[in-house]
Design a protein around this ligand. Structure first.
Ligand code: NAP
Length: 516
């Protein structure tokens, strides 16, 4: 049995105390263990603050970018091994695993390239020079400079590779050392990724804690950053953590999200934009068994089109085999943990009391390739309501699984935007329309409630990655329920790990500081 070690203060240590089990969610077999504690976390912070910060500070953006390129290459080199781990520990299909693993490598490569562009700069300019004196001689200039502290990265169970890499890419490029803490249940992939990375980075640049956070956050200080992805209950606890409050620690939260997809009245279900809409909704329900923070949970359809959309979805979903992803032909695996399965079932029960069944009942399924009733399986479930705006279980509870609900509406962009807002802030929402006036009205009203708006149409259908894919070049995060955080977005992703400072003085000195 593999005992997962943590990588702290430059060496691998297993910790001590009670052991936690990591299981295969298809078979419930225990495949690895990790100790629940017994690590020198104060020592780890000391190592990051001394060695990690010093080593990264000596490198230019271009050199740090080159390190990221090396990490992306290491993932590519171990791709098959990582995919096998994701299938076994995450219940991922091969496609799900590639989404996580290739997504991680692609994000590292994106930031490697950005590092090359930033070159030897020590400061990044923010906006244009400003005249603050009587003449142009006295100027002002905002700049970004790397923070002197430790970036603590706490990740959710669903993207053990991508989650680790997207946060790591931004922090390392900005020049901050990282202590990463993956979710325990699916830590096998993150653990292997850090094994691959450890010798490719300077001492102290990356450390890994496997197992519960324990006293990790107690060691935070004023220059530090916490980037968290996970549930809103954990996020609430972090917001009031004494060390975070006492030291004004910068905290970025990516949490729950009730993402919506809207079919506009001008779109025929059988046309190009309509086909994109159906494909995106079905993909988001089933990819990673619906365990994507960006997955579509609420679907608005013009009332006279609801039956047609329901038929198209039934048709697509009926062709997907649920079961052990190690079994040939399986298109959707189990949920990642027993807790996840219980939470999803409770969510479906709440939703079922307020909606009508369209597909999949309440998720009962006979999984392929699974013996003896094992595994955390829930089949794809589609529900429907004629009153989406007043359906509380739809708008107030994220079901983190293969579940979506169709809501009938009158086709008005204002109503659609109001439904987006009813989710109290989301990571992404989407609208499918070729009517530019409809889109303009929807965007103006919905954008304040979403970190990203995906605008599906006939013209972009052939090249679309779908709303569920977070891209390194675009912001990932959202207001309100989604946590209020921002990650990625190209250079913007570095800002979490940098301090903005307003410089004031001789305009020619300010110019020279930016290397101009
Ligand atoms: P979770 O239970 O909140 O756990 C997230 C992470 O927080 C895990 O690493 C967990 O560690 C850690 N954690 C738990 N208690 C902690 C504490 N007291 N101090 C410090 N860390 C602590 O969430 P999850 O079940 O893994 O993920 C599902 C949720 O994440 C869903 O609600 C989903 O919406 C959200 N999510 C959001 C995004 C996004 O980008 N917005 C992406 C993915 C998922 P252990 O595993 O060791 O308990």
């Amino acid at each position: 049995m593999q005992l997962l070690a943590s990588y702290l203060s430059g060496s691998w240590s297993a910790g001590s105390g009670p052991k936690l089990a990591l299981v295969n969610p298809s078979t419930e077999a225990v495949i690895a263990q990790a100790h629940a504690g017994g690590h020198d976390l104060a020592g780890a912070f000391g190592h990051a603050r001394a060695a990690g910060a010093r080593e990264l500070g000596q490198l230019t953006f271009a050199q740090r970018g080159a390190l990221l390129a090396g990490l992306a290459k290491a993932i590519h080199g171990a791709r098959e091994e990582l995919i096998a781990l994701a299938v076994a520990n995450g219940g991922n299909t091969r496609g799900d695993a590639k989404f996580d693993i290739d997504g991680g490598a692609a994000t590292l490569s994106h930031y490697a390239e950005l590092g090359g562009k930033l070159g030897k700069a020590r400061l990044i300019g923010d906006g244009e020079p400003i005249q603050v004196g009587r003449t142009a001689r006295m100027g002002g200039q905002h700049v970004w400079v790397r923070r002197r502290g430790v970036a603590v990265h706490i990740n959710a169970f669903n993207f053990p590779s991508w989650g680790l890499c997207e946060k790591l890419a931004c922090a390392l490029l900005a020049g901050m050392p990282v202590i990463a803490k993956p979710a325990t249940a699916t830590a096998l992939v993150a653990h292997r990724v850090v094994e691959l990375f450890a010798d490719l980075l300077p001492p102290g640049a990356l450390q890994l804690l496997v197992g519960p956070a324990g006293t990790l956050l107690d060691h935070l200080g004023p220059g530090d950053v916490v980037a968290f992805t996970g549930g809103s209950a954990t996020a609430r606890m972090l917001r009031t953590h004494p060390a975070i409050v006492a030291h004004g620690v910068r905290l970025n939260i990516e949490a729950d999200s009730l993402n919506a997809a809207v079919l506009a009245p001008d779109v025929a279900v059988t046309g190009e934009a309509g086909a994109l809409f159906i494909a995106d909704v079905v993909r988001d329900m089933t990819q990673k068994t619906g365990q994507k923070c960006t997955a579509i949970r609420r679907v608005l359809v013009p009332a006279d089109r609801l039956a047609e959309v329901a038929d198209a979805m039934r048709d697509r979903l009926a062709r997907i085999t649920v079961g052990d992803p190690a079994h040939p032909g399986v298109g959707m695996g189990p949920l990642a943990t027993a807790q996840q399965r219980d939470d999803v079932r409770a969510g479906i029960a709440r939703l079922a009391a307020a909606t009508e069944a369209i597909h999949g009942g309440t998720g009962e399924v006979a999984p392929a390739g699974v013996a003896g009733g094992k595994g955390y399986f829930v089949g794809p479930v589609v529900r429907a309501t004629q009153s989406p705006m007043t359906c509380a279980p739809l708008n107030e509870h994220e079901i983190f699984g293969p579940v979506t609900t169709l809501g009938a509406y009158d086709g008005e962009p204002g109503f659609a935007a109001e439904l987006v807002a009813r989710g109290d802030g989301c990571l992404v929402s989407s609208a499918y329309s070729d009517d530019r006036d409809w889109v303009a009205e929807f965007v103006a009203a919905a954008a304040p409630w979403a970190g990203r708006l995906y605008l599906g149409s006939s013209k972009m259908a052939a090249q679309s990655p779908g709303p569920g894919t977070a891209l390194p070049s675009l912001l990932h995060g959202g207001p309100g329920r989604a946590g209020g955080g921002e990650e990625l977005g190209g250079e913007r992703g570095l800002h979490l790990y940098m301090q903005r400072c307003a410089l004031e003085g001789d305009a020619s000195v300010l110019k020279s500081l930016l290397g101009e």
